[in-house]
Design a protein around this ligand. Structure first.
Ligand SMILES: Cc1ncc(COP(=O)(O)O)c(C=O)c1O
Length: 408
């Protein structure tokens, strides 16, 4: 092609967006579709009264002390405070986290077993890039965070979906039969997005036993990746299960996107126990962080962490919304497991087709995401990141939609 014909008019989308990117982008596209639908409705009618329960963008502002500490840090004049650093993060911050995690998780950790990341998403990418070879299988327990599919596929892995029961707990016999010689990892997400379910210790213990039995039978080590960005949004904090204590090849992924309301600031970490602490581990993770272009977690946020680790957004506000929302739905005849954490609710769709139901909901002014995008059709996810009155209004509209003649 000569430069004379190369104009804006001749360049097509496929000249820019590769096939792989298009395939990855289409995974979990239902969330985006609902979001765009809402955007279109707003453009058509700026005064439209929509209760948007589609995106999981936490609305509670960071606690005041987080803001105050940030201001202090920004005013400090420390040479080199904004430079590159060890890809794993500042040693003193990792040391601090290791100390806290030793206590909360009940396993010995040190700064060599903590890696600071750009949120939980960054930690998952770095870890999957480190663990996976092409064709390796990664088990996802439905319902699952819809980004897991592209994360795994991105790194050459193959997602394998395991079903769950009506309480959104994994079907363990399905898990047993899904383990193969190609299984490299399983991602466990408890408290769960989208269901708000918390896996009891007995369930995590049984998962660990299945993985151990698989190792003894086949010699294949299956890593357990425990993705826990909602760990500190539990309504009853004493219910938290220490995965590191229950399985030697477990990785803990946490972030402060939700509990400190810092989703846009990208701070999280990866931690692992003594069995995974080989001389090669930390360097392999460093290489992955570099190759993926994360390089290191934001310096300012790292320095902030030890100062505000004890703080949290007001979890009782999320609980109040969840309880009020579930009460309205249940009274209205919509089946719904009461979440034990965070701000997601995952009710059963009154009709089998969750895509049709969520489209019908738009006519009642509610945006919600079909369960199909989380690997569990027949349900829909509502993100309660709106004030209490809006959330209750949303629940009432959902009930009206479910009871409407047009749905029968
Ligand atoms: C289950 C789950 N994992 C990971 C993430 C990514 O979190 P972060 O913002 O810390 O990267 C999210 C965000 O919504 C999530 O719900």
């Amino acid at each position: 092609m000569t430069t004379s014909t190369l104009s804006q008019a001749t360049i097509k989308a496929e000249d820019i967006v590769g096939f792989t990117c298009r395939t990855l982008s289409s995974m979990g596209s239902e969330i985006r579709r609902v979001f765009l639908l809402g955007q279109k409705l707003r453009e058509e009618n700026p005064n439209i009264d929509l209760v948007d329960l589609s995106l999981g963008n936490p609305d509670l502002e960071p606690p005041l002390e987080v803001r105050n500490e940030l201001v202090k840090l920004a005013q400090e004049r420390v040479a080199g405070a904004h430079r590159y650093m060890d890809n794993a993060g500042y040693p003193d911050v990792r040391e601090f986290l290791a100390g806290r995690l030793c206590k909360s998780e009940g396993v010995p950790l040190n700064r060599e077993s903590v890696f600071l990341t750009c949120g939980a998403a960054g930690a998952l990418q770095i870890l999957l890039r480190t663990l996976l070879d092409p064709g390796d299988e990664v088990i996802l327990l439905a319902p699952f965070f819809s980004e897991y599919r592209p994360y795994v596929t991105n790194m050459g892995g193959v997602p394998v979906i395991v079903s769950s029961d009506e309480n959104h707990l994994p079907d363990l016999s399905n898990l047993r039969s899904s383990l193969t010689r190609r299984t490299r990892a399983i991602i466990v997400n408890s408290p769960n997005n989208p269901s708000g379910a918390l896996y009891p210790e007995s369930v995590v213990h049984q998962i660990a036993n299945l993985l151990t039995a698989h190792y003894e039978e086949t010699g294949r080590l299956v890593h357990l990746i425990s993705d826990e960005p909602y760990a500190r949004l539990l309504f009853n904090p004493s219910e938290l299960v220490s995965v590191l204590k229950l399985y030697p090849a477990a990785w803990l992924v946490r972030s402060h996107s939700k509990d400190l309301g810092l989703a846009g600031e990208r701070i999280g970490y990866l931690a692992w126990g003594p069995a995974l602490s080989l001389p090669e581990t930390l360097n392999a993770l460093r290489n992955s962080a570099r190759a993926l272009g994360f390089v290191n977690a934001p310096a300012l946020m790292q320095r902030l962490l030890p100062k505000v680790f004890h703080a949290s957004v007001d979890v009782s506000q999320y609980k109040q919304r969840v309880d009020a929302f579930v009460d309205v739905l249940q009274k209205g005849g919509i089946s719904c497991v009461r979440p034990r954490a965070s701000f997601f609710v995952f009710p059963k769709s009154p009709i089998a087709d969750d895509n049709t139901f969520t489209e019908r909901l738009v006519q009642f002014g509610v945006l919600a995401v079909p369960g199909s995008s989380f690997g569990k059709p027949g349900y829909f996810r509502c993100s309660l990141t709106q004030p209490l009155e809006r959330v209750v209004d949303g629940a009432q509209r959902i009930v009206r939609c479910a009871q409407s003649k047009s749905l029968k």
